[in-house]
Design a protein around this ligand. Structure first.
Ligand SMILES: Cc1cc2nc3c(=O)[nH]c(=O)nc-3n(C[C@H](O)[C@H](O)[C@H](O)COP(=O)(O)OP(=O)(O)OC[C@H]3O[C@@H](n4cnc5c(N)ncnc54)[C@H](O)[C@@H]3O)c2cc1C
Ligand SMILES: *[C@@H]1O[C@H](CO)[C@@H](O)[C@H](O)[C@H]1NC(C)=O
Ligand SMILES: *[C@@H]1O[C@H](CO)[C@@H](O)[C@H](O)[C@H]1NC(C)=O
Ligand SMILES: *[C@@H]1O[C@H](CO)[C@@H](O)[C@H](O)[C@H]1NC(C)=O
Ligand SMILES: *[C@@H]1O[C@H](CO)[C@@H](O)[C@H](O)[C@H]1NC(C)=O
Ligand SMILES: *[C@@H]1O[C@H](CO)[C@@H](O)[C@H](O)[C@H]1NC(C)=O
Ligand SMILES: *[C@@H]1O[C@H](CO)[C@@H](O)[C@H](O)[C@H]1NC(C)=O
Ligand SMILES: *[C@@H]1O[C@H](CO)[C@@H](O)[C@H](O)[C@H]1NC(C)=O
Ligand SMILES: *[C@@H]1O[C@H](CO)[C@@H](O)[C@H](O)[C@H]1NC(C)=O
Ligand SMILES: *[C@@H]1O[C@H](CO)[C@@H](O)[C@H](O)[C@H]1NC(C)=O
Length: 596
């Protein structure tokens, strides 16, 4: 009860901003039960996979507790409008600790606070990462079940390959043999094409640094390929909520989903119980803590920020450090919240000799209304996609000087740099000028940060310090990424189309490391792909939070299933790795409890 005293005002504020208490996707006649076999904390990307798979067995009861509300939100359905969810009521609105390596900036770090979690607000890019990514994780944790080959069935359980809403022909844009047609999350190629697409493809023929790759999701992603997205054949976002908690699944009588309820702590059970932590404490409409019990397992799926936050408030962490914020230690696990890892991105803008870019749409509200009507009519048009049509991966040169001091963090078929090209700026208010953008990202970042507590109040935000660019490798690779992006756009394909660089980017000599570093400190932006804060590690290791079966070390009845368990950041946007991990984890749980 320690945190209650100091937080009465905050609780009052919470009461007044919640429109209903205990809103549930349940028949209203049914009350929350006292106990469930399984409780999933966080109805996000990973959590909903587990809830779906466990509740396939009608003999067990499953509860999902989600802090956010329903995903029945237009901006979450219309793919092109995804950026409008950033900073909305469906975003946790986190801000980083000041990043000394980014010139002292505190940067905003969106996370989905809505059913589906970040899969309901993200950019929908579908990228699995490479065989190296998973094989290196399997090797690190000493368990071949995490290797690329052994994970193939789980990739397929997740994926529902789908034609784009326009039904345009897509031969030659993907490799059908590496895709699944029987999973739950719809994946599709762009429904409409962008005017710059031909130049992107021409570049792959002109410059050997950027060869065409038929399918960047084959496990071998080097080169430039067509972007696949979590978008349905109806031109709508596919999230873990729309797919794993579809109406038929929500309808299962053994599955309850509680919305607008924020989990505060897990409580230790009485010694007679089988599992160590059996009680989930949460705050819903009344503003006062309530609780519910799990008889078999609690599955923490609150994401790379939420999961360590809940663990630490439950006393699971480093005892010395917990004592400092006034939290009683229940279980000594010093790695909780450590090893936070994200990607770092540089956004590179050029003026475009075109009027057919996103800026033209962004400036014209009547055009937007027409595009929305078209989307509503049949799910086609610009609004049926994220607007990004291509992405690709490039390796640093084998003789790059950085490898004299830092071992290569990527396997040989893995790029250190990701490049996407977009037909204008989808992230900012539209400018009067028309632009073309390249976003370049360092994939195998080595900087490690942390999630720590600011107070003993579980409703307070934690301190999130990703330590962007704190590692020499990340700074080196981001400089090379900018140069690679510039080479892409310097290919003859872009002659007469790409004009001058824009703003601060125009002011620097990109061959000059110091000038480039300064630009990157000023403009570097977060990948939003956090992993590592409840890291999986070998059984018996002195570091890490979970064993390779995702059970929390030293405890019974508690697992973690979300991005936080991924120990090494994949060279990918992270929703698909989370889906893969969650499908694998659900199978572990079902095996343990002999579920069908
Ligand atoms: C703006 C944005 C764009 C992105 N774009 C892409 C992209 O294009 N492609 C891609 O692959 N990846 C993208 N990502 C990353 C990807 O979406 C995430 O890595 C992934 O969805 C994380 O899954 P998760 O299950 O770990 O967490 P989440 O999906 O975030 O789920 C955590 C859930 O737990 C809930 N929760 C947290 N704390 C509590 C609590 N105390 N009580 C109850 N519930 C709680 C949250 O509300 C949330 O629903 C993006 C992320 C963001 C934020
Ligand atoms: C995030 O910030 C926006 C804008 O200030 C606000 O409307 C929204 O309620 C915030 N989200 C949460 C979960 O508090
Ligand atoms: C929900 O279940 C009821 C009763 O089993 C059934 O009649 C109804 O069709 C189901 N609805 C959906 C969307 O599956
Ligand atoms: C432990 O048992 C006592 C007495 O039966 C009960 O009041 C308390 O709620 C239990 N605690 C938990 C965490 O289950
Ligand atoms: C961070 O992860 C590395 C493995 O990548 C491990 O060796 C190290 O011990 C971890 N640190 C903490 C504090 O858990
Ligand atoms: C906005 O879009 C509409 C519909 O395409 C078009 O008729 C109009 O000319 C546009 N306005 C401007 C200022 O370009
Ligand atoms: C969808 O509707 C638009 C008009 O709103 C029309 O131009 C287009 O042909 C339709 N597409 C399909 C595939 O029906
Ligand atoms: C790497 O090798 C290439 C030729 O293969 C050479 O041009 C370049 O200068 C070398 N770079 C370094 C840093 O040695
Ligand atoms: C931490 O607490 C201090 C003092 O209450 C506050 O000023 C600061 O904003 C908090 N930090 C975060 C990340 O919430
Ligand atoms: C812009 O493109 C047109 C052809 O579309 C070309 O005639 C013109 O020279 C280009 N402008 C510049 C500055 O390259």
């Amino acid at each position: 009860m320690l945190y209650l005293q100091g937080t009465f005002l905050q609780l009052l504020a919470l009461i007044s901003c919640l429109s209903f208490s205990r809103a549930r996707l349940l028949p209203t006649s049914k009350d929350l039960r006292d106990k469930y076999d399984f409780i999933v904390v966080g109805g996000g990307t990973g959590g909903n996979v587990v809830a779906n798979r466990l509740s396939e067995d009608p003999s067990v009861s499953v509860l999902v507790i989600e802090a956010g509300g329903s995903n029945d939100v237009l901006e979450s359905q219309v793919p092109f409008l995804w950026t409008r969810l950033i900073g909305s009521t469906h975003d946790w609105n986190y801000t980083s600790a000041p990043q000394t390596t980014l010139g002292g900036r505190s940067i905003s770090l969106p996370r989905g606070r809505i059913l589906g979690g970040s899969s309901s607000i993200n950019g929908m890019l579908y990228s699995r990462g490479t065989s190296d990514d998973y094989d290196s994780i399997a090797e690190l944790v000493g368990d071949p079940l995490w290797s690329w080959d052994r994970l193939q069935p789980y990739i397929k359980k997740n994926e529902l390959w789908s034609p784009p809403s326009s039904n345009r022909p897509t031969e030659g844009e993907f490799d059908p043999s590496v895709h699944g047609r029987h999973g739950l999350v719809a994946i599709s190629l762009p429904s409409i094409l962008q005017p710059i697409d031909d130049r992107v493809l021409q570049t792959t023929r002109e410059n050997s640094e950027f060869p065409f790759n038929l399918d960047v999701n084959s496990g071998h992603h080097l080169g430039i390929g067509w972007l696949q997205s979590t978008v349905t054949s109806a031109g709508k976002r596919a999230s873990s909520a729309t797919s794993y908690l579809s109406p038929g699944v929500i309808n299962r009588s053994n599955l309850d989903v509680l919305l607008d309820a924020q989990v505060t702590r897990l409580l230790v059970s009485n010694a007679t119980d089988d599992i160590t932590f059996n009680t989930v404490e949460f705050v819903a409409g009344t503003g006062f803590p309530q609780s519910v019990k799990a008889t078999r397992e609690i599955v923490l799926s609150a994401g790379s920020i939420g999961t360590p936050n809940i663990l630490l408030h439950s006393g699971i962490g480093d005892p010395t450090y917990l004592a400092r914020v006034g939290i009683k230690s229940t279980h000594n696990l010093p790695s909780v919240g450590q090893n936070l890892t994200d990607h770092i991105i540089a956004v590179l803008p050029w003026f475009a000799n075109s009027t057919e870019t996103f800026e033209t749409v962004g400036r014209n509200t009547s055009l937007q209304a027409i595009l929305l009507e078209q989307w509503k009519a049949n799910g086609t048009g610009l609004f049926s996609g994220s607007g990004i049509d291509h992405l690709g991966y490039v390796r640093l040169a084998d003789n790059a000087s950085i490898f004299n001091s830092v071992p290569d963090p990527a396997g040989s078929n893995t790029g250190h740099i990701e490049i996407t090209i977009t037909n204008g700026n989808i992230f900012a208010e539209p400018t009067p000028d028309n632009l073309i953008l390249s976003e370049v990202m360092v994939t195998k970042t080595l900087a490690r940060g942390s999630v720590t507590l600011n107070s003993s109040n579980p409703l307070d935000d934690p301190i999130i310090d990703p330590s962007y660019l704190a590692h020499e490798f990340d700074r080196f690779a981001l400089r090379e990424a900018v140069r690679s992006g510039q080479r892409f756009i310097a290919s003859p394909a872009w002659e007469g189309y790409v004009l001058d660089r824009v703003g601060d980017f125009a002011m620097i000599d990109i061959q000059d490391d110091d000038q480039l570093d300064e630009y990157l400190r000023k403009t570097g932006s977060p990948g939003l792909h956090f992993v590592g804060t409840a890291s999986m590690s070998p059984k018996g290791a002195t570091w890490g939070v979970t064993d390779p079966d995702l059970k929390v070390k030293g405890l019974r009845g508690l697992r973690v299933v979300d991005a936080s368990v991924i120990p090494l950041i994949p060279a990918a946007h992270t929703q698909v790795p989370v889906y893969i991990f969650a499908e694998r984890a659900a199978a572990f749980i079902k095996e343990d409890w002999k579920l069908v």
